[in-house]
Design a protein around this ligand. Sequence first.
Ligand SMILES: Cc1ncc(COP(=O)(O)O)c(C=O)c1O
Length: 391
Amino acid sequence: MTAQFPAVLPTYNRTALAFSRGEGTWLIEENGARYLDLTSGIAVNALGHAHPALVQTLTEQAQALWHVSNLYNIPAQAKLAEALVEHTFADTAFFTNSGTEAAELAIKMVRKYWYEKGEDRPTILTFEGAFHGRSTGAIAAAGSEKMTKGFGPLMPGFKVLPWGDHDALRDALDTSVAAVMIEPVQGEGGIRSLPDQDLKALRDLCDQTGALLLLDEVQCGMGRTGRLFAHEWAGIAPDIMMVAKGIGGGFPLGAVLATANAASGMTAGTHGSTYGGNPLACAVGAKVMEIITAPGFLDGVRRKAGFFRQRLESLVASHPDVFEEVRGTGLMLGLKCRVPNLDLVKAAQATHLLTVPAADNVVRLLPPLTITEDEITEAVSRLDRAAAALP
Ligand SMILES: Cc1ncc(COP(=O)(O)O)c(C=O)c1O
């Protein structure tokens, strides 16, 4: 043991809070102090903390069977895959334990697709401000200096384009491009939404050149924008999609969804995961899907999102020195700040409201999709107090 080196690898700047319990939209410290949670574990606890149906599902599965490996059929895995296929563009799903692992498989799938076609397509186009995870492949894909510095040599095969630069995209998207990889709403990048018409145009450009459209819906998917997946707003479908975070409601789970065509190269032996698709994660995931796709659930998300947005617009109008604008779709909202975003996060925390910083000086508001209108009103009142407390 080396004296003074933390037992937990110090790759995070943590605040001095530790929670021992969660209830719906609330996190509770050992001493009973309650915090209103607009982080959802960074867009993970889509149904809030300790949702009774998820607790029951996980407990029942834990009493029956935890792990068997992918050498055998896993009924919960098949059930979740079938639900995803039924409710999305996809013909097939592979389960992972995280968004990063979904990114790795998605990249492999793209490469194998073109290998099988016998075409040399070395490049995947990606975008500035993107976040696809922290593996060597995912940091190379996003390409930002902050994530890649010191970790070279980087995996080749990515070309990072400026966000929102249509000409750069048109110039780069030729027949050397294997796929375009993009978040319909950038999360870590500062709640930057790709307008629907841009996503439609991107789909058209991909169709013209044959490039696959690979969407990263790890943060913006699973009901967060008020549709099951964010791309549905644009009325288009991708070829491959990465999912994680909300799909497990807090239990580690991710997935790659794909059309049969895009997945055609992934035959037996080409990919695998010891834990991916394990019974515990998939039982919970199937229950999350059942709840989010139940009639009325997403209508409720859209209604609450409209209410939240309206309140936030008034908040921004009453603190023009603190806020520049409201961003985002559904319950994936951001406050672009004029003050340093971390100052607002700290001031909000002092009112017992939890928020998440993002790039571009944005504070993210990612509540559980089950947040109530009363809790939204309370959150905005705490943000108002936090803004008023800033110098
Ligand atoms: C859009 C997006 N993609 C991928 C990831 C990586 O997911 P994970 O942290 O589960 O590996 C994240 C995580 O924040 C994300 O927001």
